[in-house]
Design a protein around this ligand. Sequence first.
Ligand SMILES: [Zn+2]
Length: 555
Amino acid sequence: MTAALPYSNGLLHVGHIGGCYLPADIFVRYLRSRGDEVAFICGSDDHGVPVLLVARKEGKPPKEVADFYRALQQRHYEGLGIRFDIYSGTNTTEIHTEFSQHFFLRCLENGYLDKLTSQQLYDPESGMFLPDRYVEGVCHHCGSGGARGDQCDACGKLIEPTELIHPRSVITGATPEVRETVHWFFRLPDFEDRLRRWIQEHDEWRPMVRNFSLGLLGQGLPVRSITRDLDWGIPVPLPGDPDAKDKVMYVWFDAPIGYVSFTEQWCRRKGEEPGGYARWWKDPDCKIVHFIGEDNVIFHVLIWPAMLMAEGTFQLPHNVPANCYLNIQFPGEEETKMSTSRGTAVWIGDYLRDYPPDPLRYYLTAIAPERQRTAFKFEDLIRRNNEELVAALGNFVHRNVTFAHRYLGGEVPPRGEPTEQDRAQLAMVAGLPDRASALLEEYRFRDALQEVMAAARESNRYFDYRQPWALRKEDPSACGTVINVCLNTIKTLAVVMEPFLPFAAAKTASMLSAEPQEMVWSAGADPLPEGRTLGEPVILFEKLEARAGEGSPDS
Ligand SMILES: [Zn+2]
């Protein structure tokens, strides 16, 4: 399991988290609960122009910038309960350099790289070539302004910098000139047929992922330059070739290789012999799943698989679940794109200073842009926390555990002869893990979470209907049965909510005095032993209030 490598040039906001890191973490937690062996691999994308631009602005060496933001990003993932097996960085390990150079040389040996003289934009004022984000202008595909030299955010297409309309150097603002330089080009068109067949075989993929990629294939893929005139990146490993001097690999060539090199780094940390990555990346019994955002589809569904085909010894991804963009809407304003430069986002560090992690995980899943773009509204997060997490899920757990402590000696009461309603409640809950599984297996995280919440609401209705507070005096045995049914419901709810709400699930398990092996997917509906002493009741979800000014661009 991988989640897209973020550039180590800035802070993470809720759009990043909802885009791929949270769904990946949910899926990993689910698979582990089910008993699968999973490696959850991520790290920062340290190379390329984005990090250089920040380094230039902050007057620091790029390595210092990358190390600083990588460490912050790592803290913010941890704060949200997103637990990678390894969070590395493409500039942190020699293993990554070795793997990247291996891929480059294999592609060259297999005849998929051409050395060509090409026209590149050059900034006469700063005296350097302007690859990728060093240049901006108007998109030559869709006419949107603010297109960067590597990709247009408006239409998602790749940009050929020399075709940008009104190009401008990001460093000096100068209009660039076109100069000749030598680069290595990846023969992407050679893979068109194989890519098309491979994508067409996967009709279970999300329609956005398939349609976007097949659409690009329909227009024909260009050859892509995979080297750059920069001194920040992985050196081109051709010491005998004078043209390779001062060239590094394009950041989008080395970045996805990070998934493999970080896997190897993780295996070695665990004390394995070199080559441990192959058990994951080359064994068809292992499935490779890349969680990404909308802007990364082109790289993960076309370019990266073509690189794997060119290298020739790796398996192809099993699925590439991509979310669409998550926009943001501030009170009284239009929905807008989240943007670091314009400050239109909610930053994870700011959020975690004031609020607990589960409500954000909940809200981001409940509005996940799985099929179309959606908008983050801070006041909606607060409202849904209070009306759904607190009033439905938290309330059901709390009212039963406190009831058992107050009236039943703090123990799981015995289950007597169940009524029709008791049986219906038990059957509803017994089916919950399978209903959620069926949706999770299809990467439908929103719908799976809705199953959990629907079960919690139905359970509250059952409690209200059976009125254990009245039964306590009239029919103590029936009262015990109701609370027994409810405590077992809570156990199943805790197992199925764990991927989404791990902090609340851990608190719930401790209220049930449950061992970890009781809280796995397959044991989720097994009954709690009667007579077990329960843990102290704790509040799962606090009622939240928006702080003054929260959710506005300046907060
Ligand atoms: Zn465009």
